[in-house]
Design a protein around this ligand. Structure first.
Ligand code: DX5
Ligand code: ZN
Length: 217
């Protein structure tokens, strides 16, 4: 299991320390949530934060774009140092072009799905992505509750990926904590995003370690 703490829930006045703490705790990626106040009802982080992540620790930035017109900003995030970038199928009329472009720029491309977006929307793109981000809350904020029906969606996606023999990883994002992390990993998740569960308790190093241990994989 790969753990990607989401800095949306971190104390941004101490970003460097927070990042180095989760790195010591065993995190493998840093999840950066980008919101535009249009696709989702919140405004958050941009390319300058991705650069700051690069300068503060050695963990690769994993950028989750929750924005409209994402095509206009792909270069900015790649140039800032993104290692992987996910775009939402709901916000991308020319999804294939964006995925192919990200790959041509040397980053790992992923597609993200809101909780109510069916897996069927992946049909024509699944073979071209490195990972699928399955939202387990409606995007916009950290500290929300995991939506239980998403577990079955993850299982069905894992089956689909296995049936097709694709090297596609499954990422889960939203409301994952020590109590449910094992269930999501058993359902087939490879990459776990954790905001509140990593940064919400005041000791991100211990919280990261505890999450990885609780995942048991
Ligand atoms: C939600 C974001 C998530 C969020 C996760 O819109 O995409 O990455 O920060 O935070 P928790 O783990 O607190 O739900
Ligand atoms: Zn996210």
């Amino acid at each position: 299991m790969i753990l990607a703490p989401s800095i949306l829930a971190a104390d941004l006045s101490r970003l460097g320390e927070e990042l180095r703490a989760v790195e010591r705790g065993g995190a493998s990626l840093v999840h950066v949530d980008v919101m535009d106040g249009r696709f989702v009802p919140n405004i958050s982080l941009g390319p300058v934060i991705v650069e700051a992540v690069r300068r503060s620790c050695s963990l690769p930035p994993d950028v989750h774009l929750m924005i409209e017109d994402a095509d206009r900003y792909l270069d900015a995030f790649v140039d800032a140092g993104a290692a992987s970038v996910s775009v939402h199928v709901e916000a991308m009329p020319h999804l294939q072009r964006a995925i192919a472009y990200l790959r041509s720029r040397g980053v790992r491309p992923g597609v993200a799905l809101n909780p109510s977006t069916p897996l069927a929307t992946l049909e024509e793109i699944l073979a071209e992505v490195d990972f699928v981000l399955v939202m387990s809350v409606n995007p916009g904020f950290s500290f929300q509750k995991f939506l239980p029906p998403v577990l079955d969606k993850i299982r069905r996606l894992a089956r689909l990926v296995a049936e097709r023999g694709l090297p596609v990883q499954i990422q889960v994002d939203g409301g994952v904590n020590r109590d449910n992390v094992r269930a999501v990993v058993q359902a087939g998740v490879d990459i776990v995003v954790a905001g509140a569960a990593a940064f919400g308790g005041g000791d991100p190093e211990a919280a990261t370690r505890a999450l990885i241990e609780a995942a048991g994989a």
